[in-house]
Write a protein that binds this ligand. Structure first.
Ligand code: GLN
Length: 282
C-alpha cells in the first residue's frame, strides 16, 4: 500500500464481474494492490496520475449504510443514495467501476482508510475535521451540512432543559453530532449508538429525550419515517462533507478532486442533488 512508485499495470482479472459491480454493493475479498498508470487526468503532474487501488479497475468504498439519503439499503437490498450516485459519477470519470463494502460502524471508517488494504475511499456523509485530518486525507468538499437536535413533536424540552443528567441524548458514535453533545450538553447523559435509526426510534418511543445528527439526514428521516419527531434546533456547525482517502494515496485524492471539479462543471452534481434533495441549493 505504501509504494507510490509507478509499476507495471497487471490487468487480468475481474472484467466479467464489472457489470454486477456497477449495480454496486456486493462484498468482496479486496486484496489486489495495483497501481493504475492509466487514470484519466487532465493534471500535468505525472506523479498525480498514479494511484493505488485495492482492487483493479474498482473504486472500493466503505461506509456506514444507515445514513439516508446519503447511503442506505433500499427495500430491494441495493445500496443507494446521494453518495452512491456521486461515487458512481466519480468512478466513471476515472474509468473505474464502483463497489461498496458491507456496512461498517461509522467510527471504524477513518481507521479502515488509514490502515489501507480494504477500501480506497470512504464516502459517507463524512465531515472534514482536524482530528480526522491527522489520520486521513480528504478531497475537496462536496456538500455543506449542519447538525439537527431532534426531539419528539410532543416534547416540551429546550436545549437548556436537555442539558441535564436525567436526559438521555442519542447520537451516532464518533460523529460530529456526538462531539457537539459533549461540548454543548455536557451535563446530559450521552448515548452513543452504532445506528441512527435505533436512536430515532428511541426518541420516538420516549427511551431517549433527543438525538443529534446531521440535519439533512434528520430532515429526510423525519419526512420519510419518523413523522412524530421534529427538528427542535438547527445547529449551524458549518460542516463540509468530503471523501476520506489514505495519506499513502495522494494521487487518488488528486484524481478525485479532478473528477469532482468535472462533475461540478458538467452539471452531474446538480442532477444528483436534484435527485436526492429536490433542489440544487444544498
Ligand atoms: N457528518 C457526520 C460526521 O462526519 C456524520 C456522518 C455519518 O454519520 N455518516 O461525523
Amino acid at each position: 500500500m505504501t509504494t507510490m512508485n509507478r509499476r507495471t499495470f497487471v490487468a487480468t482479472l475481474g472484467l466479467a464481474g464489472s457489470a454486477a459491480l456497477l449495480a454496486g454493493c456486493s462484498s468482496n475479498d479486496a486484496s489486489t494492490d495495483v497501481t493504475t498508470d492509466d487514470a484519466a487526468t487532465t493534471d500535468d503532474s505525472a506523479d498525480e496520475a498514479s494511484y493505488t487501488l485495492v482492487k483493479e479497475g474498482t473504486l472500493t468504498n466503505v461506509a456506514e449504510l444507515g445514513f439516508a439519503p446519503f447511503e442506505y439499503i433500499d427495500d430491494d437490498g441495493n445500496t443507494v443514495g446521494f453518495d452512491v450516485d456521486l461515487s458512481n459519477a466519480l468512478a466513471e470519470k476515472l474509468g473505474l467501476t464502483c463497489e461498496w463494502l458491507p456496512n461498517q460502524a461509522f467510527d471504524t471508517l477513518v481507521p479502515t482508510i488509514q490502515q489501507g488494504g480494504k477500501a480506497d475511499i470512504s464516502i459517507a456523509g463524512m465531515t472534514i475535521t482536524d482530528d480526522r485530518l491527522e489520520q486521513v486525507d480528504f478531497t475537496d468538499p462536496y456538500l455543506n451540512s449542519n447538525q439537527g437536535l431532534i426531539t419528539a413533536s410532543s416534547s416540551t424540552d429546550t436545549v437548556d432543559t436537555l442539558n441535564d443528567a436525567s436526559k438521555q441524548i442519542a447520537c451516532q458514535t464518533g460523529t460530529t453530532g456526538d462531539e457537539w453533545i459533549q461540548e454543548n450538553l455536557p451535563n446530559a447523559t450521552r448515548v452513543p449508538l452504532a445506528d441512527v435509526t435505533a436512536g430515532l426510534m428511541g426518541v420516538q418511543t420516549g427511551l431517549y429525550s433527543a438525538m443529534v445528527i446531521d440535519l439533512p439526514v434528520a430532515q429526510n428521516m423525519i419526512s420519510q419515517s419518523f413523522t412524530d419527531l421534529q427538528v427542535l434546533e438547527e445547529i449551524p456547525t458549518g460542516e463540509q462533507y468530503a471523501i476520506a482517502v489514505s495519506k499513502d494515496n495522494p494521487g487518488l485524492t488528486a484524481a478525485l478532486n479532478d473528477a469532482l471539479a468535472q462533475i461540478e462543471e458538467d452539471g452531474t452534481m446538480d442532477t444528483i442533488k436534484q435527485t436526492w434533495f429536490g433542489t440544487t441549493e444544498i
